[in-house]
Design a protein around this ligand. Sequence first.
Ligand code: PLP
Length: 417
Amino acid sequence: MTVDVLAIDGGSPVRPAGRPLPAVTEPTGRTLGAEEEAAVLRVLRSGMLSGVWGSEVPALTTEFAQLVGARHAVACTSGTAALHLAVAVVDPDPGDEIIVPPISDMGTVAPVIAQNAVPVFADVEPGTGNLDPSSVAALIGPRTRAVIAVHLFGKPAAVEELRAITDRAGITLIEDCAQAYLARVRPHDPDGPLVGTVGQLGCFSLQQYKHITTGDGGLVTTDDPELARRMRRFADKGWPRESGERAYLSFALNYRMTELVAAVAREQLRKLPGVVARRRACAADATKRLAGLDGLTLPPDDGDHVYWYYPLLVDGLSRSGMARYAAALTAEGVPSVAGYLSRPLYAEPVLREARTYGSSGFPLRGRATYPDGLCPVAEDLLYRRLVVVPWNENYTAADVDDIVAAIAKVHAEVMPS
Ligand SMILES: *Cc1c(COP(=O)(O)O)cnc(C)c1O
């Protein structure tokens, strides 16, 4: 049997270097066009750039809530800020606990520490990297105040099951939807609820790499008008604008979205259903054509995945084997990442070494230890199984051809049949 020489070993790449795939850091991989240009000019010419008095931020929150199927939405400056608003209105006492997954952006966890609560890491499901509800249930104790579920790579977490668990415990479910715009939570139910509406709070990001972008920006959805009001206040220095009084009612920061950002976000929002549909169509094509490769598990799609990334699970790899697999794909012209993260979030210095407030280590030191092996399923995924392929709404059929060819080529070398 002849196997094509991999580009990493000096062979010719599936995708020549002069013809990169559309990427989220380039105009070719984004949906920023004449509509966004006009929106920016509209705001500039209005003379009003602040969302406090402008019309774009209120319009964005109305439109976003409607699209997602929530009663209210609150705008802010980033996905991390959105999660901070959510944790702030849970209002934990110092030292209370919030359950989080180990595979996510640090933006999921930093707000917990910012509100002086202790992140407690539950393990994940081996097929998706999403929170395992039984691991969550086992960790709920007298000080647990909330669970944050991430819909990793665009695949919905088991949020209805998690909501039943959090309701029973009398605590809050926060959904981190930064990677999962418009994903439906029930398998094969096109009328089921969207992510961000099952928990009491749903957090979204408009950062450069997400499905839609304003560079940075964030949104939170909720059905509860009181939570929405308190989040608006937390994003605005505690100032109760609706009262007309200059007052500062509680500790809060300034996380206000500007009119320029909101105007661009509104245009991006109009394009979002198309972005999701195109990402899904390309992924379905790739999955159909890659099916059956020995030792390769493709992203599980029950009609619910919105493909922020296209995650591959490869059997039988060592840590260096996984790194080589991703490097080989990258050399073929499909820039892939081994493991997605360098390590589970709990192994990052901020948590493991409690680098928080001065030398205090508060609220982690003496309360939480984050040893290796804390979440074995997550570690197996990150260290031995997971290779993430970037996904994009602007992939053409020829781009998908190349991605499929590159994966098949690399897989055949790494895992000869
Ligand atoms: C991107 C991301 C965040 C943080 O969003 P920012 O806008 O970068 O602050 C949080 N959680 C997840 C799952 C993300 O992907």
